[in-house]
Design a protein around this ligand. Structure first.
Ligand code: GRF
Length: 205
């Protein structure tokens, strides 16, 4: 069975949705480590309560380069069996750009969730971008991580309607509910080895 590592920075609601779903739906993957770059991330307590080991690798004040920081992450993942061969890494609200070295080592083994329909509204504040732009629909994208920002092959997307008069907060809340469905679904597809990458596209069997 594959081992799963989840990287968080804060609330951890997507991590929680993934962990719950693994238990409930018997997804063939074992969550072995949750890593946060912030000691006060709320998600850490949730993971511990759910019986998953946690580790903090503080990024604030870290003196080395991005790739030196990521080496620490890679070492924690490896120690817990999350290897490129035998693992999956989920970025779940992990508020750091990861180094090209990390992406290369875990090629097509790192996935991320983004609160918009990529390629629209990449980067920060995606929900605000959608509201400000006047988009009629936005949504959720789960995608592989490559060396760009929110540019890797898309695994799945879900659509959320933008209502007239929506605030960023109102839209974000509805998108988050969809995120909690989409991320576990994508992990399931990956764990069941149903995601094949072909160029920049994925084919789901
Ligand atoms: C989510 O909206 C996710 O799409 C974005 O960061 C947020 C993380 O929320 N990348 P949570 O920590 O999973 O609750």
């Amino acid at each position: 069975m594959l081992n799963l590592g989840i990287l968080i920075s804060g609330r951890g609601s997507n991590m929680e949705a993934i962990l719950k779903s693994i238990k409930r739906k018997k997804i063939p993957i074992k969550p072995t480590i949750v890593i946060s770059n912030k000691a006060d991330a709320k998600g850490l307590k949730i993971a511990q309560k759910m019986g998953v080991k946690t580790e903090v690798i503080e990024s604030k004040g870290f003196k080395g380069s991005r790739s030196e920081y990521d080496k620490k992450i890679i070492s924690a993942l490896t120690k817990n069996g999350v290897t490129p061969k035998n693992g999956l890494v989920c970025l779940a609200g992990f508020m750091r750009i990861i180094s090209p070295e990390f992406v290369k080592k875990y090629k097509n083994k790192i996935i991320n969730i983004h609160p918009a329909l990529l390629p629209a509204f990449p980067g920060l504040d995606a929900q605000k971008q959608a509201v400000d732009y006047g988009a009629k629909f936005s949504g959720v994208t789960v995608h592989f991580v490559d060396s760009g920002v929110d540019t890797g092959p898309i695994i799945l997307q879900k659509v959320v309607k933008v209502n007239d008069g929506d605030t960023e907060e109102a839209l974000a809340k509805r998108i988050l509910a969809k995120e909690h469905q989409a991320y576990p679904e994508a992990v399931k597809l990956f764990a069941e080895k149903r995601v094949k990458i072909s160029g920049r596209k994925t084919v789901i069997s």
